[in-house]
Ligand binder design. Structure first.
Ligand code: T4K
Length: 385
C-alpha cells in the first residue's frame, strides 16, 4: 500500500527548534494575553507582509469577525460577498449580525466580480467582502473605485494570500482591511492563528476586540470576544517564518511539476489557465507574486480559443476514485457553494451560475512542502489518465 497523501500537511520546524523557541515561556510564565512572543511575531509579520498594523488572533475567522465588527458601517444590515469560499467568510458576516448577499464571481480568477457587486449595492450595504480565493488576487482597483464611490468599506478575506504581493505591494495594503489565516493547513501556520491588516485608526479597536473589547481599563468601550493568540502559537509562527522562503520554493516546484504534466500533449494558455486536456488551472496574474497555497483543477470543456466551460462531473468522480485507489486524498474545496448550505437558505441567496459551475467541478490536489516531486508526478499522471 502506498503511503497516505492528504490534500495538505503542515510545515513544521524541527522539534529542537520549537523547543528552543518556547523555552522562554517557562521563565516569563506568560502563556497568553499579548505576551512577548506574540508581540515579537506581530512585529516580524508586519515587516514580512509589508503592513503597518497587524493585530494577531487565535484564528483567521476571529480576525475577520473583528474586522467586520469594527469596520462595517454601523446601522446597515447587508454585506456583499462571494459564495465560492470556505464557510468561515459567510459565518463571520452572520456572526457580526449582518446578512450575506451573494454576487457571482469572475470565471478566470474565481474572485468576486465587481460589476456584479455594484448592481447589488444599496443604502443598507455595510461592507463588501471579496476573497482572494486560492491566492488569486481580486480586482483590487475596481473594488477601490466602488469603495470610494459609495463610501463602503472593502474588507478582503486574504486567508489564502499569506505573503502575496501585487506590483511589489503587500496584499494586506489593499482595501480597508485584510484578514490572513495562519491555520495548520495554510502556506504559513501558527498551529491555529490569524491576523487583520488594518489602518491605524482601527488598529487599537481591532486588537481590543480580541480581549473582550477591553482597552487596558476595566470597562470595554466596544463589544468584543476572547480571541487572543497564545504564546505557543506565536512561537510556532516565529519558527515557521524563518523557513517560509524555502517552503514557498518547494511549493512552487510542485505546482510547476503538476502544470507540466497536466498540460502535456495539448495547448495551455497560462493567462487563463485553460488546457486542451479539459482542465483549467489557476491563471497567471501579471505583477502578482504567488504563494502556491492551493492547486485547484477545474474539469470541463476547453476550446482552442482559450474559452472554458466547467462541467465534467463524471471525470471528477473518476479522478477522485483513482487517486483514492493509490491512497491520495484530494479535496473538493469549495463544494458545495456556501449559498447552498441549509443554514444559508434563510438569506434567500440569488443564483450565481459561474460560482456554481466552478464549485461543482473543482478538485484541489495535494500541495505541501514535503510532497516529493515524484509523488506529484504520480498524482498528475493519474489525473490525466
Ligand atoms: N477564509 C477562507 C477563504 C478560508 O479558507 C479559511 C480557512 C478561513 C477564512 C478561516 O481561517 P481559520 O479560522 O481556519 O484560520 C481547512 C481548515 O480548517 C481551514 O483553515 C481552511 N480555511 C479550509 C479551507 O480547510 P478542513 O475541514 O478541510 O480541514 P481538515 O481538518 O479536513 O484538514 C485537511 C487535511 O489536512 C487533512 O486531510 C489532514 C491535513 N491536516 C490537517 C490538520 C488540521 C494535517 O496534516 N495536520 C493538521 O493539523 O478545513
Amino acid at each position: 500500500m502506498d503511503k497516505k497523501i492528504n490534500v495538505t500537511r503542515p510545515s513544521m520546524p524541527s522539534f529542537d527548534e520549537y523547543a528552543a523557541e518556547i523555552k522562554s515561556i517557562w521563565d516569563s510564565a506568560m502563556l497568553t494575553n499579548f505576551g512577548p512572543l506574540e508581540e515579537r511575531l506581530k512585529g516580524e509579520l508586519e515587516k514580512f507582509l509589508g503592513v503597518k498594523n497587524l493585530p494577531l488572533f487565535t484564528n483567521g475567522h476571529q480576525a475577520l469577525l473583528a474586522a467586520i465588527s469594527v469596520i462595517a458601517l454601523p446601522g446597515k444590515s447587508k454585506v456583499i460577498t462571494t459564495p465560492f469560499t470556505f464557510a468561515s467568510t459567510t459565518e463571520a458576516i452572520a456572526g457580526a449580525g449582518l446578512k450575506p448577499v451573494f454576487a457571482d464571481v469572475d470565471p478566470v480568477t474565481y474572485t468576486l466580480d465587481p460589476k456584479k457587486v455594484e448592481k447589488l449595492i444599496d443604502e443598507d450595504t455595510a461592507a463588501i467582502i471579496p476573497v482572494h480565493v486560492y491566492g488569486n488576487v481580486c480586482d483590487t482597483g475596481a473594488f477601490e473605485k466602488l469603495s470610494e464611490k459609495y463610501r463602503i468599506p472593502v474588507i478582503y478575506d486574504a486567508a489564502h494570500c499569506f505573503g502575496v504581493r501585487k506590483d511589489g505591494v503587500g496584499i494586506g495594503n489593499f482595501g480597508t482591511a485584510s484578514m490572513f489565516s495562519f491555520h495548520a493547513t495554510k502556506a504559513f501556520n501558527t498551529i491555529e492563528g490569524g491576523a487583520a491588516a488594518v489602518p491605524e485608526k482601527y488598529a487599537q479597536a481591532v486588537r481590543n476586540f480580541a480581549n473582550y473589547g477591553l482597552c487596558g481599563g476595566a470597562t470595554p468601550e466596544i463589544n468584543g470576544t476572547n480571541s487572543k493568540m497564545t504564546e505557543f502559537q506565536a512561537a510556532m509562527g516565529l519558527c515557521n517564518l524563518r523557513h517560509i522562503g524555502e517552503v514557498t520554493e518547494k511549493r512552487a516546484a510542485i505546482c510547476a511539476k503538476y502544470t507540466e504534466i497536466l498540460t502535456e500533449g495539448s495547448f495551455f494558455d497560462a493567462a487563463t489557465g485553460v488546457s486542451g486536456n479539459g482542465i483549467k488551472l489557476l491563471p497567471y496574474q501579471a505583477g502578482v507574486t504567488k504563494n502556491y497555497a492551493y492547486f485547484p483543477v477545474i474539469f470541463g470543456k476547453a476550446e482552442s480559443d482559450g474559452s472554458f466551460t466547467p462541467g465534467d462531473q463524471e471525470r471528477l468522480v473518476k479522478v477522485i476514485e483513482n487517486l483514492q485507489n493509490i491512497n491520495v486524498f484530494p479535496r473538493r474545496y469549495f463544494y458545495p457553494l456556501i449559498s447552498e448550505f441549509t443554514c444559508m437558505k434563510k438569506y434567500r441567496p440569488r443564483k450565481t451560475p459561474i460560482a456554481k459551475g466552478l464549485s461543482d467541478n473543482v478538485l484541489c490536489l495535494p500541495l505541501y512542502a514535503e510532497l516529493s516531486l515524484r509523488d506529484a508526478a504520480r498524482i498528475a499522471k493519474t489525473v490525466l489518465r
